[in-house]
Design a protein around this ligand. Structure first.
Ligand code: OFO
Length: 162
């Protein structure tokens, strides 16, 4: 059984995963509207991966006998100054998610909630992979520069990824 504080934190994380899911769908729609089909498709895959995260949390909370609560999800941004800026925002968002996961892991350990501690290990590895992926994309963008031809090639390269 989950302690009340841990349940609240996990429900908070569930809400954040729902936000990430909405964020990547919104970003995908923006990319499609701007003529970046490769990035749009890649972000649809990212949204699907967020759906897995929220399902995992929801199932875990249910398995403990508690009630998952999604709550109010803030609207994601729908305008971005440029494609590189959008990917920069994703990287920063994922870094913030990693910090949140680390806080949860710390709390689980401090309260001797080893079941939750064990459950969260999957998210620790997942965040490591996600940060690596978004950083790699940012590095590519930096190398290519902001010219429209470079962005076209970058977008095409994402069509063959994922
Ligand atoms: Fe992108 O890792 Fe969940 O939120």
């Amino acid at each position: 059984m989950l302690e009340k504080n841990m349940l609240d934190q996990l429900n908070g994380q569930l809400n954040l995963e729902c936000y990430s899911y909405h964020l990547y769908w919104q970003m995908s729609a923006w990319c499609a509207a701007q003529g970046f089909p490769g990035s749009a498709g890649f972000l649809r895959l990212a949204a699907q991966s967020e759906q897995k995260h929220l399902e995992k949390l929801l199932n875990y909370i249910s398995d403990t006998g508690a009630l998952p609560l999604i709550g109010t999800i803030s609207a994601p941004p729908d305008e971005f100054p440029s494609l590189p800026d959008l990917f920069q925002q994703i990287y920063e968002h994922e870094q913030a998610i990693s910090d949140r996961i680390n806080t949860l892991v710390h709390q689980a350990l401090m309260t001797q909630d080893y079941t939750t501690f064990n459950f969260l290990q999957w998210f620790v590895s997942e965040q490591c992979q996600e940060e690596k992926q978004w950083k790699r994309i940012l590095d590519q963008l930096e190398w290519l520069g902001n010219e429209s031809k470079a962005l076209f090639l970058f977008d095409q390269s994402l069509q063959h990824t994922g």
